[in-house]
Design a protein around this ligand. Structure first.
Ligand code: HEM
Length: 330
C-alpha cells in the first residue's frame, strides 16, 4: 500500500505498516483506531516470549534466532519507517495550516458580489492549458495577461487577491496560482456551492502564456467541445464547468447564488422569447450547448439533480486548477 503525504492521520500511519501476519485481537485493533498506542502491539511480543518457553532447550537457539529474525523484520517493516511517516504527517499538518491561512486572508477580501469575477479569473488563468505541447495552465500567468481583450474586467478581481497574498506572504510565501485556485473554491462555497478541496504547491510562471487559447464566446458546441478536449476535458466536464455561469450577470437566476439555475434556464431557452430582457440571457456559447444532443443530456441531468451538478463541478474544478500546474517539491 502506498502512503502519500496527504490525508495521513496517525491512524493511517499505523495500520498499513503492521506486518499482516500479526493477528491482533479486536481489542488491540480498537486501540490502534484511537491512536498509535504501543500497547496495541504488546500481544505480539507476549505471545512470542510465551511460546519460546514451550520449546525444548535444543531448539532454543533456533527459536531465539527465529524470534530475533521476526523481531528484526518487525522493526524494519514497522518501526523504521515511523520517523519518515511522521515527517509526512508534519508536512500534512503544515499544508493544512497554510490552507487555513490562505482561506482566512481570502475571506477578508472576498464578498458575494466579487465571487463571479474571482471564479472567472480561475478559468482565465487555467484555461490557457493545451495538452499537446503542455503549454499554459494554472500558473498565475494571468498577472501578465490582463491587457488581453478576453481578460477585460479581471484586473479588480486579481487586485483583491494580490492584497490577500501580500499578507499571506509575510507569514508563509504562496504562489499566485495557489491563491487563485483557493479563491475560486472560496467564491463557490461563499455563494452556496460545494466545498472544494484544493491542493497547494503550484509554482508561478514568470512569463505570459501563449495567446488565443481560451475558447471564444462565438464558438458553437462542436468548437467548444474541441477546445475543451485540447485541454483534457470531456463534454460532461465542459457542461459541468460552464455551470459557473450561474454566477454573474448573464441572467441565470440569482447572480450571487451558486446553484443549478444555469441548466434550468438553458432548458427554457428564454432568448427565443421577444419579451423584454429575457432575450439577453446567456452568452452565445451557453446557448450553443443546449443545441447539442450530448451536451443537452448533461444539461437535463444537472437541471434535475443539483447534488450531481455540485459533485461533477467539484471534480472538474479540481482538474481545472491542476491543469498544467508545475508543483513545488517539498
Ligand atoms: C465554455 C467556455 C466559456 C466561455 C466562451 C466563457 C466566456 C465568458 C464571457 C464572455 C463572460 C462575460 C464576461 C463579461 O461579463 O464581460 C463570462 C463570464 C463568466 N465566466 Fe465564462 N466562459 C466560459 C467558461 C467558463 C468557465 C469554465 C468558468 C469557470 C469555471 C467561467 C466562469 C465565468 C464566470 C463566473 C463569469 C461571470 C463573471 C462576472 O459576471 O463577473 N466561464 N464567461
Amino acid at each position: 500500500m502506498s502512503i502519500t503525504g496527504f490525508d495521513l492521520s496517525f491512524r493511517h500511519l499505523c495500520s498499513p505498516c503492521i506486518p499482516p501476519r500479526f493477528d491482533f485481537s479486536s481489542q488491540s485493533r480498537r486501540k490502534i483506531e484511537y491512536g498509535c498506542s504501543f500497547t496495541a502491539i504488546r500481544p505480539v511480543f507476549c505471545s512470542m516470549s510465551s511460546s519460546s518457553t514451550a520449546v525444548s532447550d535444543s531448539d532454543e537457539n533456533h527459536v531465539s534466532t527465529s524470534y530475533s529474525r521476526r523481531l528484526m523484520t518487525f522493526m524494519i517493516t514497522f518501526l523504521l519507517p515511523l520517523p519518515k511517516l511522521m515527517q509526512h504527517s508534519g508536512a500534512n499538518a503544515n499544508a493544512t495550516d497554510d490552507l487555513a491561512l490562505i482561506q482566512g486572508e481570502i475571506r477578508k477580501v472576498l464578498s458575494k458580489s466579487k465571487a463571479a469575477g474571482v471564479l472567472r479569473l480561475v478559468f482565465h488563468d487555467a484555461g490557457t492549458y493545451e495538452l499537446d505541447d503542455a503549454s499554459g495552465g494554472m500558473n498565475g500567468s494571468i498577472s501578465f495577461e490582463l491587457d488581453r481583450p478576453e481578460n477585460k474586467g479581471l484586473k479588480k478581481s486579481l487586485k483583491i487577491l494580490v492584497e490577500a497574498k501580500t499578507i499571506v506572504d509575510e507569514k508563509q510565501p504562496v504562489s499566485m496560482a495557489d491563491m487563485i485556485a483557493v479563491a475560486g473554491a472560496e467564491a463557490v462555497s461563499l455563494c452556496g456551492g460545494p466545498t472544494i478541496p484544493v491542493r497547494l504547491g503550484r509554482l508561478d510562471s514568470m512569463v505570459p502564456d501563449p495567446e488565443g487559447k481560451l475558447p471564444e464566446e462565438t464558438l458553437d458546441a462542436f468548437g467548444l467541445k474541441q477546445s475543451f478536449q485540447r485541454k483534457g476535458f470531456s463534454t460532461q466536464e465542459l457542461v459541468a464547468l460552464s455551470g459557473a455561469h450561474t454566477l454573474g450577470s448573464k441572467g441565470f437566476g440569482n447572480p450571487v447564488v451558486f446553484d443549478n439555475a444555469y441548466y434550468k434556464v438553458l432548458l427554457e431557452k428564454p432568448w427565443l422569447s421577444s419579451a423584454g430582457m429575457t432575450s439577453m440571457v446567456g452568452l452565445p456559447s451557453d446557448r450553443a450547448l443546449v443545441e447539442d444532443d450530448e451536451c443537452l443530456r448533461w444539461i437535463s441531468k444537472y437541471a434535475d439533480d443539483q447534488d450531481l451538478f455540485f459533485e461533477d463541478f467539484m471534480n472538474a474544478y479540481i482538474k481545472l486548477v491542476n491543469s498544467g500546474a508545475k508543483w513545488r517539491r517539498d
